[in-house]
Write a protein that binds this ligand. Structure first.
Ligand SMILES: C[S@@+](CC[C@H](N)C(=O)[O-])C[C@H]1O[C@@H](n2cnc3c(N)ncnc32)[C@H](O)[C@@H]1O
Length: 212
């Protein structure tokens, strides 16, 4: 469910080019074309093969929960991908409830000292455990508790963007044929970042973590 908000936020927080970026969940990610044109080299990681041929882009087929991803990146980003990790559709039919947190920690470990990790995902008033919805879904929504677990002990800045819920709702209905959780009914079109009161409405959380 990547939105332009997320692409714009990542772009405005990248280190200056020339620089090699690691993009986790790169398959079909539109930022790749844009960022390589700006002078970045991108190494992508995804468990699916990205067939695109783009100059200065090289995509590795790796499952982040199973494979080594190295540890010498200055800048890593991931747009709307971590919320899928460990859910059965992306994990050979098996639920790894903390797959997302393991993936986040692995990406953090892959940073060199002074490096930054930029990550975006859906955020709302409750942790949506996909298996408990009427029809199992293939992505999570984070709440404060899960977000806190994710970034515990790290030097992290979090920015929230209220999301465009009607867009999300129609996408959800089309895909899952059931009503989405109640957060999606909020009709919010504000695109400005806000930093408090986000526990009541659906939004996108953008996390910037710096490794000492
Ligand atoms: C919503 S899609 C990618 C969104 C993309 N970043 C964009 O902006 O359009 C999520 C991606 O995460 C990948 N993914 C999920 N679990 C994974 C895992 N364990 N290891 C590697 N990639 C994974 C999926 O294959 C999928 O391509």
């Amino acid at each position: 469910m990547a939105e332009t908000i997320e692409y714009d936020w990542v772009e405005s927080n990248l280190l200056e080019p020339p620089c090699t970026l690691l993009n986790f969940g790169c398959c079909g990610d539109k930022s790749v074309e844009k960022f390589t044109k700006k002078g970045y080299k991108i190494i992508g990681i995804d468990r699916l093969k990205d067939e695109r041929k783009i100059e200065n882009y090289f995509a590795l087929v790796k499952d982040i929960l199973k494979h080594d991803i190295g540890n010498e990146y200055k800048c890593i980003y991931s747009i709307s991908a971590v919320e899928h990790v460990g859910l059965p559709k992306y994990n050979d039919g098996i639920l790894d409830e903390d797959g997302d947190i393991k993936a986040f920690r692995k990406l953090y470990s892959a940073l060199e000292s002074g490096g930054i990790l930029l990550m975006t995902f859906p955020y709302g008033s409750q942790d949506i455990i996909p298996e408990k919805l009427p029809k199992p879904v293939d992505w999570r929504i984070y709440d404060k508790e899960r977000l806190d677990r994710m970034i515990k002990g790290l030097d992290a800045e979090v920015t929230f963007f209220p999301s465009i819920s009607e867009y999300i709702r129609s996408g959800w209905m089309k895909f899952h044929r059931c009503e989405p959780p109640r957060e999606f009914f909020e009709s919010i079109v504000q695109k400005k970042p806000i930093n408090s009161g986000m526990d009541e409405i659906f939004s996108v959380a953008c996390i910037k973590v710096k490794k000492p």
